[in-house]
Design a protein around this ligand. Sequence first.
Ligand code: DUC
Ligand code: ZN
Ligand code: ZN
Length: 482
Amino acid sequence: MQFDTVIHGGTLVTSSDVARGDIGIRDGRIVAVAENLSGGDARIDAGGRLVMPGGIEAHAHIAQESSSGVMGADDYLSGSVAAAFGGNSSFIPFAAQHRGQSVDDVIATYDARAARSVIDYSYHLIITDPSEAVLQDQLPRAFARGITSFKVFMTYDMMNIGDGGMLDILSVARDHGAITMVHAENNDMVKWMNGRLARAGLVAPKYHAISRPELAEEEAINRAISLAKLVDAPLFIVHVSTAGGAAIVQREILAGTRLFAETCPQYLAFTRDDLDRPGMEGAKFVCSPPLRDAATQAALWQHVKSGTFTSVSSDHAPYRYDETGKFIKGRDIPYPQISNGMPGIAARLPYLFSEGVVKGRISLQQFVSLSSTNAARTFGMTDKGSLAPGMDADIAIWDPEATRVMSLQDQHDNMDYTPFEGLELTGLPETVMTRGALITHKGRLIAKEGQGKFVPRAPMRLLGDGYLAKERDPAQNFGAQI
Ligand code: DUC
Ligand code: ZN
Ligand code: ZN
């Protein structure tokens, strides 16, 4: 058999297996997996290395303006390069609708921005304005293009679409095999807490943590699940930050609800005490939902271990520690005006490998599930996330024993800080390829700008009977067809 590339002598890791073997690649796809493959125009020696499906970053804000119009620091070039240095071979950032904007216009805008990517990509659509035209015409056109997921917000006045808007979106999504992602925090609880803190003059960065209570997340997760069940639509809870929220997710998954969820490294690595660093340093740790406490970290790790989470995603939302980012509204500002988000696209997988696999919290197979395979299956990247013959040759080769201290310079993003600075890590993604082409190799960027391709994603196939609310069951609702 002819191969363009053979990856030789490594330990192959998938979501189910760990075994020594070689991988043969031709025309961008894996065409053979065997104990020993000869030949290959190029041979990559993977002796002593782990060969895994490349990471799929399913939650990142790239070349995206916030609702208040602040552009994040990374465009699709720097964002994708940083992703690749962090072990990712593809990603799914957001394409955000601003109120009044058509979905077609949103997609055209992000197509132009994403053309710079060095790795493959798709978008989750953020919907803030579910008008009839959006629901009836524009979203179906987006599905037809292979954009099969959106995100909606239950918080922020500029983004929140209300429970009725959510039901509309969930129901259109269900009809087209799409999945709805939700930022679940109770808007009024957050606003009420903000009002109390403002009246008391408590505006330092640390009060950001107080302003968004755990109960606000737990209440909204519960409500989002109820809304999704009423229309039997699949739901994905993003950035779960609380033990209570994770427990609700776990309970519902065990009950068979079509539910998926993620947490993020920042909720495992940091606490609200980081918001109380000297001066305005706490601004570096302002993200929503906010950082919690040590007990929450332990509970979230337990849920990572026990399978509550589909993935661990970065929620890379990069705002520099300067007047273009965190302090775009001024240096000495109350916490609600600090730009909201933390960077971490290059840190996600090294963090999860070192703190998860090396410290014995999760297995190698779980690492692959949480970093790649589950995202591929949940979001319809049918050719990615595995090492089986026929799949895209999206591969990351890791040195499991390399050690380093996390630094800004290793992130390769456009940021001027990393919250993970100084963390001692074991395990390094040494080589990343997308569709058989080297993106990074031994610390060097090999890919050219624009090498990444848009990936049309498949609709979600709904398994099982699902949830039929009595009031929507024609046998129990006097025959109402609703
Ligand atoms: N939600 C996100 O997913 N990212 C950044 C800020 C936010 O509210
Ligand atoms: Zn969010
Ligand atoms: Zn986010």
